[in-house]
Design a protein around this ligand. Sequence first.
Ligand code: 9MR
Length: 464
Amino acid sequence: MSSSALHDRGNARVRTGRRAALVSAAVGTVAAGMVLALATAASAGTTLATAAAEKGRYFGTAVAANKLSDSTYVGILNREFDMVTPENEMKWDATEPSQGQFNYTNADRIVGHAQTNGMRVRGHALAWHSQQPGWAQNLSGSALRSAMVNHVTQVATHYRGKIHSWDVVNEAFADGGSGARRDSNLQRTGNDWIEVAFRTARTADPGAKLCYNDYNTDGQNAKSNAVYAMVSDFKARGVPIDCVGFQSHFNSASPVPADYQANLQRFANLGLDVQITELDIEGSGTAQANSFANVTKACLAVSRCTGISVWGIRDTDSWRASGTPLLFDGNGNKKAAYTATLDALNGGTTPPTSAPSTTAPPTTPPPGTGCTASLSLQTWTGGFVATVRVTAGSAGTNGWAATVTLPAGTAVTNAWNAQNSGSTGTVRFGNVAYNGQLTAGQSTEFGFQGTGTPPSDTPSCTAS
Ligand code: 9MR
């Protein structure tokens, strides 16, 4: 059976059937290798988020707040994605329509939806020449510089602890062969406006990864060379930058470059993460599917390519809908491009349906019948990000919960890939819809951000 046929059966049936199949196979003296084979097969993700998570990546999408009342849209969003980027709602014109008057209503709706459903958020975008409110378009010089710094401070502070990555500066380089900065009111405040924006964002939210994001930088060319030179300089001088976003808007006039992977890799080699941030590819059928697969494989081949986000869910949700550039059609059906992307995330292999004859039976079962959890930490003064790895015991899980004991004065501000009950003291993190089912020995990760002293005890884990 092709993996696509497996996926097309519907996740609910695959999920509920998976554990039953394991249990019945384990009951008799069916070769233990069969259990291993089933575990291997089941470890192929059945959604974009689970398949990407198995490769240590996220899979995200742009989200529009006004579509959160569309049940088809939300159904796909909650099933397939574990990262969201507000498509327009965090931009300067949306968040500060009048100078000093901030409006987070629509962006908060998206962040709230993400938090409720265990998804993370890419913030987009703090400083950009486009989609500025009229009052900012009319500013220049030190007044504009001050307004930009205040905007970055206010918005990044409002969302402090809730953002995985911020597009701090967007599209600051010119198209064509000049390798120059794009002329804009921000650029005319002085060449250092970009590093000032990054330093300001770091101060406001030290837990978020800070990205430079651009288009037509997807292959090696004059524009990407100029970005590369800027990032190299920032790294050399200690300007805080953690990631570069490659928007990856492709069509027949601007196809996926042959050196796409090499270009991602050379940026990663500078010692930062790379992310595919706004992927869409105009076209249809096999050609489009192959292009999506190639982009996905390129990210998987670069260890510091930490995730892929598409720029919308259904073709009809796209900013360029006539090019049908996304993974779902207007009715919400999976396209060939979806299947190719999922298969690429799963390694391009069809899960084995029979045990390899050489597989030896395991001499010891996976630890315990419930689950175990382990903790790793990234800390800074006053805060931390915790990553918890949950591993299923010999019976697999239909659901799990990890309990973390926090020191006095410590509080959880944000969690992803899990839903927390409480935020201080003993905090329980339960699975979300897409990561509760684990086969024997299979692992999944969730994370949370906190203020105060990080936890030191190993989390306890219970399975259902
Ligand atoms: O998808 C966004 C669309 O709804 C807006 O009208 C447009 C306005 O500039 O911005 C689109 O998103 C852009 C993103 O913010 C930055 N990279 C290019 C995207 C497509 O234009």
